[in-house]
Design a protein around this ligand. Structure first.
Ligand SMILES: [Zn+2]
Ligand SMILES: [Zn+2]
Length: 237
């Protein structure tokens, strides 16, 4: 089973993707995918589309939370297979387009300093992809009855989270936070600006949502925003 239904019409594509999640939103107006996983995951994602009873051509939108390779790895292949439009923030889109190189791990974090040079040599950049729609903070996208884009910089300068108002609010956090062992900041080595990342957690904590879906870690169900509020308080101390 490639995908797991989180709530009606929202699927998580986890396990088979490796350590990163992507999410599928099913709507009469067409399907939307949040992030595209690592490279060579096109078939995994398309089998999730099939599992929702849809065709590849039904995938109309691919919302990109940020430019990291584990979120845009299969973007080029998916766009070719489906003709979906790609959405990203203007601060990250030059990297998605291949106009700017992928920045390496943050040398200000100890892990970044130690492992950064090795990782940079090992990593293959994602193939460049056209960004069809540049999305600004607060913009309401005409997808699945209206998805709100929230600019959550820090992890990357153009990081976006997406809020689907259905089901009491489903927040697609991206890597603005992670829920691995517990809810917290994303991994420091891959986070460009930690202070900004904390401010973005505060911004998310002010939103109304019941469910939070992460790039890394398990889905939080039931008053998820209260968990974010507690985290924001903890980070402020
Ligand atoms: Zn990331
Ligand atoms: Zn990630």
């Amino acid at each position: 089973m490639a995908a797991e239904e989180i709530v009606s019409g929202v699927y998580g594509i986890g396990m088979a993707m490796g350590y990163v999640n992507a999410f599928l939103i099913v709507d009469e107006g067409g399907l939307a995918l949040v992030d595209s996983g690592l490279a060579k995951r096109k078939d995994t994602i398309l089998s999730a589309v099939a599992g929702a009873g849809k065709q590849p051509a039904d995938l109309k939108h691919i919302l990109i939370t940020h430019h990291h390779i584990d979120h845009i790895g299969s973007l080029a292949d998916l766009k070719e297979a489906t003709a979906a439009s790609c959405y990203a923030h203007p601060a990250d889109s030059p990297i998605v387009r291949g106009d700017q190189p992928q920045p390496g791990p943050n040398p200000a974090s100890l892990m970044g300093k130690l492992a950064g040079p090795v990782l940079e040599r090992l990593s293959t950049p994602a193939p460049p992809v056209a960004v069809d729609v540049e999305v600004a903070d607060g913009e309401e996208l005409p997808i699945a009855g209206g998805i709100k884009a929230v600019h959550t910089p820090g992890h990357t300068p153009g990081h976006l989270s997406f809020l689907l108002p259905r089901h009491g609010g489903v927040l697609f956090v991206g890597d603005a936070a992670a829920n691995l062992l517990r809810l917290g900041l994303p991994l420091g080595m891959f986070t460009a600006d930690r202070q900004q990342a904390k401010e973005s957690i505060r911004k998310l904590a002010a939103l109304e949502f019941d469910i939070a879906c992460f790039g890394h870690g398990r889905v939080l169900k039931g008053e998820a925003n209260l968990r974010f509020r507690r985290l924001a308080e903890k980070l402020a101390r």
